[in-house]
Design a protein around this ligand. Structure first.
Ligand SMILES: [Zn+2]
Length: 471
């Protein structure tokens, strides 16, 4: 609600699926390939006489996403030709789905979904100095399109939905969904109205490539719509783009120029009976635990919410954290979250390494480290000093290394008592000062004890012993 206006937003999200090969041919599906036109063949370049063969893994991944969001999976599906002429589409039509999408319904974060269908990505055009260059590596890459119902009412809600969708795609393994790599792209249909029973004129903002831009573009459009209406103008139905530098939308295409795509079922592709091709019930059982359920579980373990949010963002991190804390108590889980997010992540960031489980210390060594800290055998300083070795060497014997490097914390009260006695005997003036009320002197004694124990004494034990010795 904004000045009495109700905002209504529907989203269309495209996600490149994580498959080995393209949608209709054996070409590599490699979003990291920088050299243009490396992964192309007669089929994805649409040479005459070639025929498409559907990629079963791509279809499977769309079904998995559908199952993860509680949607209906179609018994029967087909592919349609969406006709338009543009250099980025070699066939002169895009293979997509029109009447019979693979997935219908479902919801994410309480936002109802209309459908999820499968199509092929287009080539990438770049316009430089009056010419257009086309890279066909992306042409024919399996692309999932998800459409929501117009039930989103704010920029924040749209942003949250997009983040939650990204997590679903990653947990299921359907897509890497990196927005900065164009693996997940968002279009928002936005309208405002004072009448809750009637939508305002909608404007479509296309190709939004970051979560911040999703929210920025919607906020900008909502404010623009209200401004135009308040000044007595009318909103024109059109497609707009988002300028990431100026942080504003700009008109791209008015409705009059909208395409008539002349959809019709592709005669080159077979109709697909999904329930015959896949064991949908078995697939339903294999859907992994998703982020919201993991989050609720970790919160009950006492891990702080900001830590939990970071942990569940990446599936590999969430699974790693589960392995580390399996069968352990709440205090251990909290300790594990602190060392993982503050220290391990800190070290990896310094080295510009990705924050994923394969770059973390091995589960066994991380558990060993945390167990030693819990038992008071290792100080937090010692733990911080050990972690870089554990990241470089996955097979590192943590206990042995700590012993060799003299990091094992000494908890033997008799040995520590002797050190305390020595420190007191060697510092009569400081002791006198402390006893006459100079309490700040206490930490000096702790420091001296730590020094004498070469950093291996347990500092809290030293404090206890000093307190009773100085009474
Ligand atoms: Zn190909």
């Amino acid at each position: 609600m904004n000045n009495g206006y109700i905002t209504t937003i529907g989203l269309e999200v495209h996600a490149e699926l994580h498959t080995n090969s393209k949608m209709w041919c054996g070409c590599k599906n490699d979003p990291t390939e920088k050299r243009p036109n490396m992964n192309i063949c007669e089929v994805c370049m649409a040479h005459p006489g070639t025929l498409p063969v559907p990629n079963k893994d791509a279809i499977k991944k769309v079904i998995q996403v559908g199952l993860a969001v509680g949607a209906d999976i179609a018994d029967f599906t087909e592919f349609d030709r969406k006709n338009y002429f543009y250099p980025d589409i070699p066939k002169g039509y895009q293979l997509s789905q029109y009447k019979l999408p693979i997935v219908s319904g479902g919801q994410i974060n309480g936002v109802e979904l209309t459908r999820i269908h499968l199509e092929e990505d287009t080539a990438k055009s770049s316009h430089e100095g009056g010419i257009t260059l086309v890279d066909y590596n992306r042409a024919g890459v399996p692309l999932m399109e998800l459409v929501t119902e117009p039930v989103i009412h704010s920029a924040e809600q749209a942003g949250e939905f997009a983040r939650a969708l990204q997590q679903v795609l990653r947990y299921v393994g359907a897509s890497e969904a990196n927005m900065d790599m164009g693996q997940m792209r968002i279009e928002a249909n936005i309208s405002v109205s004072k009448d809750e029973k009637k939508f305002g004129t909608k404007v479509e903002v296309k190709n939004i490539n970051s979560f911040a831009s999703v929210e920025g573009a919607i906020r900008y459009e909502v404010a623009r719509h209200i401004d135009v209406i308040e000044q007595g103008g009318t909103i024109v139905q059109e497609t707009r783009g988002w300028d990431e530098v100026k942080l504003e939308t700009f008109s791209q295409r008015k409705k009059e120029n909208a395409h008539d795509y002349r959809y019709f079922p592709d005669p080159d592709l077979p109709k697909l009976y999904l329930t015959k091709l896949f064991d949908i019930e078995a697939m339903r059982k294999e859907i992994p635990e998703l982020a919201p359920s993991r989050k609720a579980r970790l919160l009950t373990q006492g891990v702080k919410e900001d830590m939990v949010d970071i942990i569940v963002t990446d599936p590999s991190t969430a699974i790693y954290f589960d392995e580390v804390t399996q069968g352990k108590d709440a205090a251990f889980a909290v300790l594990a979250s602190n060392y993982l997010i503050a220290d391990v992540f800190g070290l990896l960031k310094k080295e510009n390494k990705e924050l994923v489980a394969e770059n973390f210390p091995s589960t066994a060594s991380f558990v060993e480290l945390l167990t030693m800290i819990t038992a008071g055998e290792l100080s937090s300083r010692g733990a911080k000093d050990l972690l870089p070795f554990m990241i470089t060497d996955k097979n590192l014997d943590v206990k042995k290394t700590a012993e060799e490097k003299g990091m094992i914390q000494k908890n033997d009260p008799e040995a520590l008592k002797a050190i305390v006695a020595e420190v007191i005997a060697e510092n009569p003036a400081q002791v006198a000062a402390y006893k006459s009320g100079q309490e700040s002197m206490f930490m000096y004694f702790v420091g001296q004890c730590m020094k004498k124990s070469k950093g291996a004494g347990n500092p809290s034990l030293f404090q206890e012993l000093l307190k009773s010795a100085l009474q």
